[in-house]
Design a binder for this molecule. Structure first.
Ligand SMILES: Nc1nc2c(ncn2[C@@H]2O[C@H](COP(=O)(O)OP(=O)(O)OP(=O)(O)O)[C@@H](O)[C@H]2O)c(=O)[nH]1
Length: 681
């Protein structure tokens, strides 16, 4: 069972289908899409530019640090060179002079963790560090940087190593002294402690929350850390610094180039910038977490998207409010439209005075309603006339569609014995007395309509009470080109008319006294037989003239004669088959046509006829009346014979029977028959 929908479902469906809601939603979606797309595009472009600017800035920072570092190395080497200038053979050979020399190197001592004067064979002549000047005879002859300086005779920056004096990670800057070589001279050493800020100050920067956000790392070409905010990281591989793995791996893959050109990348959550320190074969890496650099921007993006969504929502809300206001006249028009109909407001009342398209719609609707009202009035008038016709028409009128009654007149119902209107909706089959008739009507009607004719036919119809009548049915299509448009029918009762017509036709063809066919009809039927006889076929005609009939009239009266004639007629009809043609030609003359009969058979029948007449006895008062019959027989061949010829031939044969003494049968022979038929007239 289907349950009716609750009212709230209908309200919800109506609300969901509301034009206002759909317009507002569509506009809201468009606004939101526009805002989101435009914001996204702007933010995406802004983001790219910002990121690129940050990368450029970081690369510049790294380059700046590399420049600072290179200048510092150059500065230190300049200082070493200046300090190396006064060293001569005297100093190199005199330990006291070496001590004095070191004492005079106060400025140089502040630049390095320690400085040392080393002879060409690697023996440390004098060392100055924070604790003073010592001459303890250490040797650096095994140090690669020393050997390289002696061999090349030029300044060197060593690889990182653990210093022999400081026991800390250090790099050593060398400066040849007094043309050092395998045979003489010396090397001035300046040691920089890597765990201090000797190389670079401010290796780390912290954010507002105190966390380190920028780390500067200096590494040599082999990838060992020279400087790191965390001293514990010094001398460790540079790829162990968080955020540097990928950049260092790529740097190693490309052959550890010490490029002076800086670059920066943003990957794996870090912005990494690097720049080479020319001359020292070092690399400066700056590592900043992406969050620290770009987090602010991304937060701004999120905020911007939030604002965009808010703006879109606000715009949608405003649009909704505006649409509700704009569409208010449409609501009023809708309410007015609901009040249409027979129980609603009068046509010209209650319309909103709306401007614009709604006003145009209202005018169009009102015009259409006025036109509809005019048509309805016209239809009502037409319907009244039609009802009047249907109730007063003297013949039955009906309109059927799909073989069912849709409209029936009062007379139609009356003819069929139904109350007025009772047949509406009933099948047409109901009124036919015969199933065969009903089945035939359909095709006949279709044929007639297809030929452009109305359908006319007589049928036996069945009244509601079982009575029957003959009705003449006329049918016309409502629309010739559209069978589905239905059919208009006219029906009248023609039972009496058809009966009268039948009686008239019978009277015209029959003898009123005896009921046999008359001469006119006999000749007509004989002519039809002659016309349709096939070659080789024979028929026969009997001409019968009563004998001494006049005496009957004379003795018993004319009425008795009539009775004799009636009984003779019955005797004649009873002597032959029912389908043979038996006629009274006039007076006491009769004729019989025997179809498909040869002469011999015809003669036998003639004798039978004669005997039958002879046996007719009419008791009329004191009279006992009887007559005889003279019978002439002719055989009728196929072709070459006409009606007059046959009658004359038979009449002649009958005459011969009379001549032979009456109450006899005579046969007309073929030649004489031909002779007779060939006679003029
Ligand atoms: N009662 C009656 N007599 C008729 C009718 N029509 C013709 N007759 C009479 O029938 C008679 C026929 O005449 P006939 O054939 O010459 O007389 P008949 O006595 O039969 O003479 P034969 O044929 O020579 O034997 C006439 O007396 C007619 O008046 C009729 O409708 N009713």
């Amino acid at each position: 069972m289907i349950r009716p929908r609750p009212a709230w479902v209908a309200r919800l469906r109506s609300w969901a289908g509301s034009l206002k809601l759909r317009l507002a939603l569509a506009s809201g979606v468009i606004i939101a899409l526009s805002v989101v797309v435009v914001s996204s595009l702007m933010l995406e472009r802004g983001g790219r530019h910002t990121e690129q600017a940050i990368l450029d800035s970081e690369a510049a920072n790294a380059e700046h640090l590399a420049t600072v570092l290179r200048q510092r190395i150059v500065l230190l080497q300049v200082a070493l060179r200046a300090a190396a200038a006064p060293v001569d053979a005297t100093i190199l050979t005199d330990p006291a002079a070496q001590v004095r020399y070191m004492q005079q190197r106060q400025v140089l001592a502040t630049l390095f963790a320690n400085i040392a004067l080393v002879s060409a064979d690697g023996r440390v002549l004098a060392v100055r560090d924070g604790s003073g000047i010592r001459q303890d005879g250490l040797s650096v002859a095994d140090r690669p940087y020393f050997r390289q300086t002696v061999q090349l005779g030029r300044p060197i920056v060593s690889e990182p190593m653990i210093g022999r004096l400081s026991r800390e990670p250090v790099v050593v800057l060398t400066m040849p002294v007094a043309s050092v070589g395998p045979t003489g001279g010396a090397v001035l050493l300046g040691t920089l402690r890597l765990s201090s800020h000797d190389l670079l100050a401010d290796l780390a920067a912290t954010g507002s929350d105190g966390r380190t956000v920028v780390q500067t790392v200096v590494a040599d070409a082999s990838g060992l850390i020279l400087a790191h905010p965390d001293p514990a990281m010094v001398m460790r591989p540079v790829e162990s610094v968080p955020g540097l793995q990928s950049t260092v791996a790529q740097w190693v893959r490309s052959g550890r180039p010490i490029e002076p050109l800086p670059d920066a990348v943003n990957e794996a959550g870090y912005v990494v910038a690097k720049a080479g320190v020319a001359g020292a074969d070092w690399m400066v890496f700056r590592v900043v977490s992406s969050e620290a650099l770009l987090g602010g921007f991304q937060l701004a993006v999120r905020e911007a998207l939030g604002y965009a969504a808010g703006v879109a929502l606000l715009a949608t809300g405003l649009l909704w409010w505006w649409l509700v206001r704009l569409l208010r006249p449409l609501d009023r028009l809708e309410e007015r439209a609901r009040a249409l109909g027979p129980d609603g407001l009068p046509l010209e009342e209650g319309w909103p005075d709306a401007p614009g398209e709604v006003g145009e719609l209202e005018l169009a609707l009102r015009d259409s309603l006025r036109a509809q009202a005019r048509v309805e009035a016209s239809n009502a008038s037409l319907l009244d006339k039609l009802r009047s016709v249907m109730s007063t028409a003297p013949m039955g009128l009906a309109f059927t569609r799909a073989r069912h009654f849709e409209v029936v007149s009062d007379e139609w119902c009356r003819l069929l014995g139904y109350p007025v209107g009772a047949l509406v909706g009933e099948p047409a089959r109901l009124i036919y007395a015969s199933e065969a008739d009903y089945e035939q009507v359909g095709p006949d009607v279709a044929d007639a309509f297809a030929a452009g004719r109305p359908f006319v036919g007589d049928f036996e119809f069945l009244r509601r009470d079982g009575g029957r009548f003959i009705g003449e049915l006329h049918g016309r299509p409502v629309n010739v080109s559209d069978a589905a448009a239905g059919t208009i029918w006219l029906l009248r009762d023609v039972t009496d008319e058809r009966e009268a017509h039948r009686e008239l036709a019978w009277t015209a063809n029959h003898d009123a006294l005896t009921g046999l066919v008359n001469r006119r009809h006999f000749e007509h039927e004989l002519a039809r037989l002659l016309a349709h006889m096939q070659p080789g076929m024979t028929a026969a005609a009997l001409f019968i003239d009563l004998d001494r009939f006049k005496q009957v009239n004379d003795s018993a009266g004319h009425a008795a004669g009539d009775q004799v004639l009636r009984e003779v007629a019955q005797a004649l009809a009873a002597s032959v088959r029912r389908d043979e043609l038996v006629a009274r030609l006039g007076g006491d003359e009769f004729a019989i046509v025997l179809g498909a009969c040869d002469l011999a058979a015809a003669e036998r029948i003639a004798h039978k006829v004669r005997l039958a007449v002879e046996q007719v006895i009419v008791r009329w008062g004191e009279h006992e009346l009887s007559v005889g019959a003279s019978v002439g027989v002719v055989e009728i061949p196929a072709g070459g014979v006409d009606v007059a010829g046959v009658l004359n031939g038979a009449d002649l044969a009958c005459y011969e029977a009379k001549q032979a003494g009456r109450n006899a049968v005579r046969t007309g022979s073929l030649p004489s028959l031909r002779l007779v038929t060939s006679r003029p007239g």
